[in-house]
Write a protein that binds this ligand. Sequence first.
Ligand SMILES: C[S@@+](CC[C@H](N)C(=O)[O-])C[C@H]1O[C@@H](n2cnc3c(N)ncnc32)[C@H](O)[C@@H]1O
Ligand SMILES: [Mg+2]
Length: 220
Amino acid sequence: MSSLETWKKVDDYFVDQLIPEDPVMNQILQANKKANLPSIDVSATQGKLLQLFVKMKGAKNVLEIGTLGGYSSIWMAKALPAEGHLTTLEFSPKHAEVASKNMETAGVKDKIEIIVGPAAESLPTLEGREPFDFVFIDADKNNNPRYIKEALKLSKSGTTILVDNVVRDGKLLDEESNDPSINGIREMFDLLKDHPRLDSTAFQTVGSKGYDGFVLAVVQ
Ligand SMILES: C[S@@+](CC[C@H](N)C(=O)[O-])C[C@H]1O[C@@H](n2cnc3c(N)ncnc32)[C@H](O)[C@@H]1O
Ligand SMILES: [Mg+2]
């Protein structure tokens, strides 16, 4: 009974019950597929979770690291007030182009700016846009420690940071891993441990994206 197949069905049930069918969001996933983007976006329930975080925070200024086709960006942008703004960082010009079209399709393009380039180079240029209220980190996992440090510089007390894919089917536990993503995730946990400015937890997830999880950190 409790196979991954079951948990995928539970995710489908949640979507049926809680997330009204949205042809535009489906169209965006189709556009990503057509452009051969990897289907590594958040799931619909996770997109809704991001949207609810933005609502709960009353966030007006959001930062995302890792745009892909803009699926998660659009979920968040839809919860922003009229004067709200989302800055999203993406390495791949191709991904950014697909995302830009998707943002137009979803009617949220005026609220979003995509900055193309390696996030580690873009982040120090964001001074003047800070402080961000909510930060979503979902890019190259080896750089997670660096992204947390840079996000902190752009934060204020109460800024909430959410990091995706911190469990990776349990590979997180492999101390001897040769995978830079796993090492980046583990180094991020070392950084968060007893961090003077960050109050953090992590939670595991299962469903249409397999076994994974998020880190949630609030800036003191
Ligand atoms: C998991 S996907 C993002 C998914 C997206 N947040 C969503 O849920 O719809 C990760 C993205 O990060 C981008 N990326 C990888 N390395 C990067 C880097 N060094 N700087 C900025 N973006 C990077 C990839 O090109 C990819 O589009
Ligand atoms: Mg992710």
